[in-house]
Design a protein around this ligand. Structure first.
Ligand code: ADP
Ligand code: MG
Length: 699
C-alpha cells in the first residue's frame, strides 16, 4: 500500500465516527444519532441501547476489552475510570455487555476532584453524561466515551459542561441574527476552533536528573547557555532524527483517533516545536487537544524524550502557548467571519465582526482570567507572548473601513482588489489583506480570530467558554435592537457605527511588546492584570456574574467555585515550586558549592607557593565570588523557608494567592539569581544538575 493510502485508510480507524455509525447502526438509529450530533437532539434510552451495543461490538472487533467515561475535571488534565465489558452469566462464564445506561451515564466518585466548595454543599458523588457530539474512540484497548462531569445536583465540575452551554448560548443568539439577514434555512451555528500547540522536547536522561522539571515542569534554576534563540536557526529548521520519528508516530496515532494533525515544525526556541491541527467544532477541538497533549507525552517517552507542556520551562528563551483560532459556522458551512460576496453578506460580516470587538472590549478581564495560571504568568508580558493587556488587531484595511464607517467618510481602497458590494451605507473593502501581527493578543486573520494568550498546558475550553458567552451576549443585545427596528438597514448602520465608536479603544495595530503601549493602554482604560491573583479578583465582578448567569453558562455558585479552584491551584503550584527549590538548594547545590570551595581553598594554598605578585589569583578570586554568592543564596534560602512557614501565610484563599505572588515568588527569584550566578563558576562535573546547554542542545 502507498503511504498516502495507508494514511487515508488509517484516518479515524479508531473512531466511532459518522461513517462507522452509518455502517454499524440500523438506519433509524443512525438518523437519530445524526440529529443528536448536528442539532443536539436528546437520544431516548432505547436508541442509546442500540448505539451502545453497536459501539461495543465495533470496539471488541478492534481489540477493546474495556470502556471508560472520559472527562475533564478541573485538574487541567483528563480523567478516566476503566470498566471491562464483561458481565457474568448464570453458568459461571462471562459475556461482553454494554448497556445504553452505561453509555449514557456513569457515576465516578467525585470526592477527590477539585470542586471549589461545591462538594461541601452537595453530595460527594458526581456523574458523567455522554456527549454524543464528540465521537467515542479506542485507545490502549479501551473504548473512550467523551463525557461531561457534574455534581449530583447538576453543578458543572468540568470544562466540557460549560463549554457546551456556551456553544448553545452562542447558537441561540447567532441564529436570531442570521434570520435578520434573511437566512431562513440554516438552523444551527457552531463555533469552530483550531488550537496550535507549542511544546518542548528534551532528553529523558536530563529530565530525570532535574527534580524541578519532574515536580514542577519547569527549570527553577539554570544559567543561560552560551547560545539561545538569537540566531533564529531553530524556527522551521531541520528536525533532529529522533524528533522527526516522534512527530511521525504522533501524527499516525492522532490520525487513527481522527485528530486532524496538519502541521508540525520547529519553533523559535531551541528544542521547541509546534503542532497545528485543522480546525473543527469547538468541543471536539478541545477534546482533541486533550488527546494530543496526552499522546505527545506518552509517545515522547517511547523515543527517550520528554514532552514539556509548561508555559515557561526555561528562562531566557520563549515559552509555549496555544493559539486559539476561532470562528462561527452555520450548519450549511458558511463561516460568519468570512467577508462575503453579496452586500447583505458583507453587512452581516461587519455586524459579527463588531460583535466580537464589543465582546472582547467589554469582557477583556474575563479573557485574561480565562488564561490565568501560575505557569502562564511567566509568559504574558515577556517579550515573546502577548502582553497581559488584551487588545485586538484588525489589520490596516479593516481598520480603515471601520474608521470610514465611524466617520461617515469614504474608504479609499486605491487599486486593491475590490469586493462587489453595493449597499450604500457600507463601504467597499478589499479581500483578504490582513497582515500578521504576532504581538497582538486577539488578531483577525482573514476569516477568523486568533486568541494568542492561552497557555500551552491548559485546556482551551476556559478561553472558549468566555469568547462564546461574551459574543453570545453581544449578539443578543444586537438582535434585540435590530428585531425591534422599523428601518433595518438604518438601524444596522447605526448599530455598527455606534459599536465602533464605543469600543475602538480595544483596537491596536501597533507593536504589543512596546513599553509605550502599556502606558497608552492604561490611558485608554484597558485593564492590565499582570498576575493571576490580580486578574482573579475581577472574576466575580457584577457584570461578569451577570454575563454567565443570564446566558446560562455558569450559576453564581459554579462561578465562585471556579474562582476558588483556580486560586487554589495557583497557590499549590507556587508551594510545590518553592519546596522543590528549597530541597534542590539544601541537598545538592549548596553542598556541591561548599565541597568545591574546599577544593579551591586547598588549591589556593598550593598555588600561592608559585605565585608572583603580578599573577592573577584565579583560585582566590573564584573562591571570593563563590563565598559572596553562596552566602547571599543561603540568606535568600532562609528567607524563603521562613516565608513558607504556615504561621506566615494568610489563610483566606484570595490573600494567600496574593501572598504567593507578592512575597514567595520574589524570594524565589532572588534565590535563583544567586544560584545562577554560581553555576558558571563551577566545573560541570561538580555542578549537580544538567545545564541549559545540555538540556536545550541535546542530540
Ligand atoms: P497560519 O495562521 O499559520 O497562517 P492558517 O491560517 O491556515 O495558518 O490556520 C491556523 C489555524 O487556524 C489552523 O489550525 C486552522 O485549521 C485554523 N483555522 C482556519 N480556519 C478556521 C476557522 N474558520 N475557525 C477556526 N479555526 C480555523
Ligand atoms: Mg497562527
Amino acid at each position: 500500500m502507498t503511504a498516502s493510502g495507508f494514511v487515508t485508510d488509517n484516518f479515524g480507524s479508531m473512531v466511532f465516527d459518522e461513517s462507522t455509525m452509518r455502517s454499524k447502526l440500523p438506519k433509524e438509529t443512525y438518523k437519530m444519532m445524526q440529529a443528536s450530533l448536528h442539532y443536539g437532539k436528546r437520544l431516548d434510552p432505547e436508541t442509546a441501547s442500540v448505539v451502545a451495543n453497536a459501539m461495543k461490538d465495533w470496539a471488541i472487533e478492534k481489540g477493546a476489552t474495556h470502556y471508560t467515561h472520559w472527562f475533564q475535571p478541573m485538574t487541567g488534565i483528563t480523567a478516566e475510570k476503566h470498566d471491562s465489558f464483561i458481565s457474568p452469566t448464570s453458568d459461571g462464564k462471562v459475556i461482553m455487555e454494554f448497556s445504553g445506561k452505561e453509555l449514557v451515564r456513569g457515576e465516578p466518585d467525585a470526592s477527590s476532584f477539585p470542586s471549589g466548595g461545591l462538594r461541601a454543599t452537595f453530595e460527594a458523588r458526581g456523574y458523567t453524561a455522554w456527549d454524543p457530539t464528540s465521537f467515542a474512540f479506542i485507545k490502549d484497548n479501551t473504548l473512550y466515551i467523551p463525557t461531561a462531569f457534574c455534581s449530583y445536583g447538576g453543578e458543572a465540575l468540568d470544562q466540557k459542561t460549560p463549554l457546551l452551554r456556551s456553544m448553545e448560548a452562542l447558537n441561540k443568539q447567532a441564529v436570531r441574527v442570521i434570520r435578520l439577514f434573511g437566512n431562513i434555512t440554516d438552523t444551527h451555528i457552531k463555533t469552530t476552533v483550531g488550537p496550535e500547540q507549542e511544546y518542548f522536547l528534551i532528553d529523558q536522561t536530563h529530565y530525570k536528573q532535574r527534580p524541578d522539571l519532574r515536580f514542577t515542569g519547569r527549570t527553577l534554576f539554570g544559567a543561560k547557555a552560551p547560545k539561545g534563540q538569537e540566531m533564529d536557526d531553530h524556527y522551521f529548521g531541520t528536525l533532529k532524527p529522533r524528533v522527526k520519528a516522534f512527530m511521525a508516530e504522533l501524527d499516525n496515532e492522532l490520525w487513527k483517533l481522527g485528530v486532524l494533525a496538519k502541521t508540525e515544525h520547529n519553533e523559535a526556541a531551541p528544542a521547541q516545536h509546534e503542532l497545528a491541527p485543522i480546525f473543527t467544532t469547538t468541543n471536539i477541538a478541545c477534546d482533541h487537544n486533550q488527546v494530543t497533549m496526552d499522546l505527545m507525552q506518552k509517545i515522547a517517552r517511547k523515543h527517550g524524550l520528554v514532552c514539556l507542556l509548561h508555559e515557561k520551562p526555561f528562562l531566557g528563551v520563549n515559552g509555549s502557548g496555544k493559539h486559539n483560532n476561532w470562528s462561527m459556522t452555520t450548519n450549511s458551512g458558511v463561516n460568519l467571519l468570512e467577508p462575503g460576496e453579496t452586500p447583505y453578506e458583507n453587512a452581516q460580516f461587519l455586524l459579527f465582526l463588531v460583535a466580537v470587538i464589543k465582546a472582547v472590549d467589554e469582557y477583556q478581564d474575563l479573557l485574561r482570567i480565562s488564561v490565568a495560571s501560575a505557569g502562564n504568568d511567566h509568559r504574558l508580558g515577556a517579550h515573546e507572548a502577548p502582553p497581559a493587556v488584551v487588545s485586538m488587531f484588525l489589520g490596516d484595511e479593516l481598520a480603515a473601513i471601520l474608521d470610514a464607517i465611524e466617520c461617515g467618510g469614504a474608504y479609499d481602497a486605491k487599486d486593491r482588489e475590490m469586493m462587489r458590494i453595493g449597499v450604500h451605507v457600507l463601504p467597499k473593502f478589499p479581500k483578504d489583506s490582513t497582515d500578521r501581527n504576532r504581538t497582538s493578543p486577539f488578531a483577525f486573520t482573514g476569516n477568523k480570530f486568533e486568541f494568542r494568550m492561552l497557555g500551552s498546558s491548559a485546556s482551551p475550553a476556559s478561553a472558549n467558554i468566555v469568547i462564546n458567552t461574551a459574543v453570545a451576549q453581544v449578539l443578543k443585545e444586537f438582535a434585540d435592537i435590530l428585531e425591534a427596528a422599523d428601518d433595518f438597514e438604518a438601524a444596522l448602520h447605526e448599530l455598527i457605527r455606534e459599536t465602533i465608536t464605543r469600543h475602538k479603544r480595544i483596537l491596536f495595530n501597533g507593536n504589543g511588546y512596546d513599553a509605550n503601549w502599556i502606558n497608552d493602554a492604561e490611558s485608554r482604560g484597558l485593564s492590565n492584570y499582570r498576575t493571576t491573583p490580580e486578574a482573579l479578583r475581577h472574576y466575580l465582578d457584577e457584570k461578569n456574574v451577570k454575563l454567565f448567569v443570564e446566558n446560562k453558562v455558569f450559576s453564581e455558585t459554579e462561578l465562585s467555585a471556579r474562582k476558588e479552584i483556580t486560586e487554589e491551584n495557583y497557590c499549590k503550584v507556587i508551594n510545590i515550586e518553592a519546596l522543590t527549590m528549597i530541597d534542590m538548594v539544601r541537598t545538592a547545590i549548596l553542598p556541591a558549592v561548599s565541597a568545591y570551595k574546599k577544593t579551591l581553598t586547598d588549591a589556593c594554598i598550593s598555588a600561592k607557593q608559585f605565585c608572583t605578585e603580578s599573577d592573577l589569583p584565579y583560585e582566590e578570586e573564584t573562591l571570593g565570588l563563590l563565598a559572596k554568592y553562596s552566602s547571599a543564596a543561603y540568606h535568600s534560602l532562609r528567607a524563603l523557608e521562613h516565608s513558607m512557614k504556615e504561621d506566615q501565610k494568610p489563610t483566606a484563599s484570595e490573600a494567600l494567592a496574593a501572598y504567593c505572588s507578592d512575597t514567595i515568588l520574589p524570594l524565589m527569584e532572588e534565590l535563583r539569581c544567586e544560584i545562577d550566578a554560581m553555576e558558571p563558576l563551577i566545573p560541570k562535573d561538580v555542578w549537580p544538575y544538567p545545564t541549559y546547554a545540555d538540556i536545550l542542545f541535546y542530540e
